[in-house]
Design a protein around this ligand. Structure first.
Ligand code: BEZ
Length: 324
């Protein structure tokens, strides 16, 4: 009997330590501030993972660049020092240029179309090389709104952008775009933008409607150009090192839940973008709505350069026309 009791005690200990060995507290980093849709989605992902794993797993979310800028977080993901991130595809495209094709000007006709492109098999296939190429596993796409321009002073045509110091997210496709426009693109991470526009360090910014409205980027501007010129995808990432150490069950659960929560941001932007734009219009700033013709030859120039840089451009264009 004593022997049986001992065996049961041993078996219990093994079972408990097996659960403990699997249990993880993951760290997830992003650059967006706490009220941002991406940050809320990251928190919802953490809550659902904790619930579905019976409390075994939890996710600590670090918003607002607490763990560094995106380039730094990508390095941490590569070494396994960081477990997860919701990151701009812009940053990942600096290491995986095929992803740069998403930024083809006017690839998407509107925000709903951008969402359909991101939910396509073509888009998903572009995540496949990431573990080998960048050291991260891409589990699915989210997005922010289409890109607009906010400027100090009057902007009536693209010529008015010539030579303006125009803040861009630091990545190559947008740099190429504004160089083609003739502006002076100034790479700058998100948290620096408000002050830079307020103190005149930049003359204009490239930004989406949510942040123009919620973070009041219109405060120190005179003109809002609703150009809708590019989509702005996000990707849910897990460190490939951390992923390799997970059980197949955990991979399945984390893969499904992270994809679900990054995808939920697409619905949020589709539902809310028009409302933000209306509110921005209501600020009394000069508001102009333009289309591709506003940018003249810059778009052809971008397309010519990027057809050499990203073979994926053709397949994404086909997908774009199939999902119109
Ligand atoms: C930006 O760099 O403009 C940006 C980054 C993350 C979310 C939205 C916008």
């Amino acid at each position: 009997m004593k022997h049986v009791t001992k065996l049961i005690a041993c078996a219990t200990l093994v079972a408990v330590s097996a659960i403990t060995a699997q249990a993880e507290e993951f760290r997830l980093g992003l650059i967006t501030p706490p009220p941002h849709i991406w940050t809320k989605a990251a928190e919802a992902f953490g809550s659902e993972l904790s619930e579905k794993s019976g409390g075994a797993h939890s996710v600590s979310v670090f918003p607002a660049r607490q763990l560094g800028n995106e380039a730094e977080m990508l390095q941490q993901l590569q070494t396994g020092a960081l477990d997860m991130a919701f990151m701009t595809v812009a940053e990942v495209s600096n290491r995986a240029p095929e992803l740069g094709a998403f930024y083809a000007p006017y690839l998407a006709n509107d925000i709903g179309h951008a969402g359909r492109i991101l939910r396509s098999d073509t888009a998903k296939s572009l995540l496949e090389p990431l573990p080998g190429q960048v050291g991260v596993v891409g589990l699915g796409y989210g997005m922010a709104g289409l890109r607009q321009i906010v400027a100090r002073g009057d902007v009536k045509s693209a010529e008015d952008l010539a030579g303006l110091k125009l803040r861009i997210t630091p990545f190559t496709p947008i740099l190429d775009f504004y160089n083609a426009v003739g502006a002076a693109p100034t790479p700058m991470p998100l948290p620096a933008v408000y002050d830079a526009l307020a103190n005149g360090q930049v003359d204009a910014i490239d930004m989406d409607a949510e942040l123009i409205w919620v973070l009041k980027y219109y405060d120190h501007a005179d003109t809002i150009v609703q150009s809708d010129h590019m989509m702005f995808p996000m990707v849910g990432l897990v460190s490939a090192k951390v992923w390799a150490g997970m059980s197949p069950e955990d991979r399945a659960m984390i893969g499904e839940l992270m994809a679900k929560h990054v995808d939920s941001t697409i619905d949020s932007y589709v539902a809310k973008e028009a409302g933000w734009l209306e509110q921005i219009k209501g600020t009394g700033k000069t508001y102009i709505k333009v289309d591709a013709s506003f940018f003249g030859d810059a778009i052809d120039e971008w397309n010519a350069a990027w057809s050499q840089k990203a073979a994926s451009l053709d397949s994404l264009r086909t997908t774009a026309s199939e999902t119109e």
